[in-house]
Design a binder for this molecule. Structure first.
Ligand SMILES: [Zn+2]
Length: 252
């Protein structure tokens, strides 16, 4: 069967003399790996449409008996040039692609997820440098929601009482996906501690338009540390660790 769909290129590895194995996330089939024959030749018909991060229109020859499908044609829809020209944006974009590559299964259609990746890359491409971390944090919150483990803020995930921001620290039960009150805290072990001030900012970031609030870079580092633990736990992936690697690369 021959299919036409849209794809965002997640990974690309060399194969043989002149080919590449490409992993992309498609609108109609979720994550798929394909072989692009001749794509490393100087004059390739694929142009730049199979470069990592490109959003392209692709034609796939698909056989269910085959693990690796064949791509026969592709053309660029978005190339995201502003991301490619900016190291900080590039690190964020690669982190997004890494999350998707590592936490999705082959051939599980998820159109909301495809749209989230595409829209996030578009936002990142046109954003100022001040908002790139906000874009990344918001992406991860939406990503968790689409995957069925939305992060809860309003009430204690155990007794459902309202969380009061009176104490210096808020405890977060990442197993149950939300904040937990001081009364329920004792019986739980999967806890993450976060300063109330940081927590309130995070809640504001999610609830309101981020352009109206200014954040310190240290805040983002804290948010990211929390999200790293949350993602590691819910996706059972221990190699997702952006708070250390990415932030250090940018701010060292
Ligand atoms: Zn409680």
């Amino acid at each position: 069967m021959i299919f036409k769909t849209e794809a965002i290129i997640l990974k690309s590895i060399k194969f043989g003399e002149s080919s590449k194995i490409i992993t992309f996330f498609t609108k109609d089939f979720g994550k798929i790996s394909v072989i692009a024959k001749g794509s490393r030749k100087l004059k390739t018909k694929f142009g730049s449409s199979l470069e990592v991060m490109s959003q392209s229109s692709v034609i796939i020859h698909k056989k269910d008996s085959r693990k690796l499908q064949i791509i026969s044609e592709s053309s660029n829809i978005f190339f995201f040039p502003e991301i490619r020209n900016n190291l900080e944006k590039l690190l964020i974009a690669f982190s997004i692609l890494e999350i998707v590559a590592k936490t999705t299964h082959e051939e599980e259609k998820n159109e909301p997820l495809f749209n989230l990746i595409s829209n996030t890359l578009k936002n990142l491409d046109s954003s100022t440098n001040e908002t790139i971390f906000t874009i990344f944090i918001l992406f991860q919150f939406e990503y968790a929601k689409i995957n069925g483990f939305e992060i809860q803020f309003e009430n204690c995930t155990s007794c459902k009482n309202e969380i009061k921001f009176l104490d210096k620290k808020i405890f977060f039960d990442y197993k149950n996906g939300g904040s937990i009150c001081l009364n329920c805290k004792q019986q739980n072990s999967a806890l993450f501690e976060i300063e109330t001030e940081t927590f309130v900012k995070l809640k504001t970031l999610i609830d309101y338009n981020f352009n109206k609030i200014m954040f310190q870079k240290t805040d983002f580092q804290k948010f990211q540390k929390f999200l790293d633990i949350y993602f590691k736990f819910h996706f059972d992936k221990h190699n997702l660790n952006f708070s250390n690697t990415m932030f250090n690369k940018i701010y060292e």
